[in-house]
Write a protein that binds this ligand. Structure first.
Ligand SMILES: [Zn+2]
Length: 393
């Protein structure tokens, strides 16, 4: 993809961009300062380095400590006992009868000065763990999910340095053990540092630095907005950089993919942000050199803006149990099919993949030409999109 062509260019601009990190916005700004590409890059290259050994077990603790260090530098507040940013996730009792530790979640709080609802919380979260090292080598997990962690840290920095007006508090969370059936976020929501009813909106990011099947599409999928009242509308008003196209999709379409699951189960409005699974998903070649750092920075800036928009609403989003599919989602599916079709030869699609895409396209077109989306259409869309986004490529 375009990353390779842009790679050397980015090396050149890195030094220039690092200067941006030192820039503080004027007090009372309403738009958060853009997230610097150089900083995103530094986090991803660090977390996906040999030293961090794939971030599992003891090396996941290194990642947790890295994030803690970033939060301390930003002077965020710890939320766990004994002024700690770390939440211990207990493991099974060992043979000697001693308790063990399975992992560590990280959480920091920021309560903006003058916030109208300081006891209401928004969450910005990602998971820092990955698959670790095996005999065959290190699973670096640059996209999954060093990219998401970079977003969390940089959104925190952007909001704080912008001296933004914000009426709600924010929790910045880095989960462990996502790769183990979401155990980190399950533990966190079962042992939350603030009452769950005070959590009004959650953003979870997983994989922001590549693209779906490495196809040349510049979409960031934003899933689940339909469950929060007014969230779709707010998201659609947020300006994202021209290089990133936000695509709203129903969470039904993506199933359970990441740490938003335990929040969704508790009916807390959420948004799951992802650029989709690349072809290197869960392989040893999900490495930092393949990451589109500009894309991660642009998405992070957009999400910081979204936090400001929702954080300043007089009424926080409320849970909607059974939302309807919006025609724009069918259009988004069509657009993905169109782009895949366009590159079918280049991407060496198999006959089966091509057949699947064509079938999806014609049925999506038919659904769009109808006045309403029937429950049967909805079921079909859900099944098909799940396959399209996660199994076909
Ligand atoms: Zn992940």
């Amino acid at each position: 993809m375009k990353q390779n062509i842009l790679y050397s260019f980015r090396v050149l601009v890195l030094i220039t961009l690092c200067v941006t990190e030192q820039v503080f916005a004027q007090a009372g700004e309403e738009t958060p300062v853009p997230v610097p590409v150089a900083c995103v890059r530094r986090h991803i290259e660090t977390l996906a380095s040999d030293e961090f050994a794939g971030r599992s077990g003891a090396s996941a603790l290194m990642a947790a400590e890295y994030v803690t260090d970033q939060f301390e530098k930003l002077k965020l507040q710890p939320v766990f006992a004994e002024e700690s940013f770390l939440q211990v996730i207990p493991g099974p009792v060992d043979e000697a009868g001693n308790s063990t530790t399975a992992g560590w979640n990280v959480t920091a709080r920021w309560t903006p000065a003058g916030a109208q609802f300081p006891n209401e919380y928004l969450i910005v979260a990602a998971h820092h763990d990955h698959l670790g090292s095996r005999k065959s080598g290190i699973y670096y997990g640059a996209d999954d999910n060093a990219s998401g962690v970079a977003m969390v840290v940089e959104v925190a920095k952007s909001l704080i340095r912008s001296d933004i007006k914000l009426d709600r508090s924010v929790l910045f969370v880095s989960f462990d053990l996502e790769e183990h059936l979401l155990f980190g976020s399950r533990w966190w929501t079962a042992h939350p540092p603030v009452p769950l009813e005070d959590i009004k909106f959650v953003i979870v990011a997983d994989m922001l630095g590549r693209s779906l099947g490495d196809l040349p599409i510049d979409s960031v999928f934003l899933c689940g907005a339909e469950h929060g009242s007014g969230v779709r509308k707010t998201v659609s008003k947020i300006p994202f950089a021209d290089t990133v196209q936000p695509v709203l999709l129903s969470d039904d379409f993506v199933g359970l993919r990441s740490d938003y699951g335990p929040f969704r189960d508790r009916k807390i409005p959420f948004l799951f942000a992802s650029t989709g699974q690349s072809r290197d998903y869960h392989t040893m070649v999900d490495t930092a050199d393949k990451i589109d750092f500009e894309q991660v920075a642009a998405i992070s800036t957009g999400l910081a803006r979204l936090i400001v928009a929702i954080g300043n609403q007089q009424k926080a989003p409320e849970w909607i149990e059974s939302p309807e599919i919006d025609p724009s989602e069918v259009k988004a599916i069509l657009e993905i099919c169109r782009q895949i079709d366009e590159h079918a030869v280049e991407w060496e699609l198999t006959a089966i993949q091509k057949f699947f895409v064509d079938q999806t396209r014609s049925r999506a077109e038919r659904i769009l030409s109808q006045k309403t989306i029937t429950p049967e259409d909805q079921r079909w869309l859900t099944r098909t999109t799940q396959m399209l986004l996660f199994t076909v490529f």
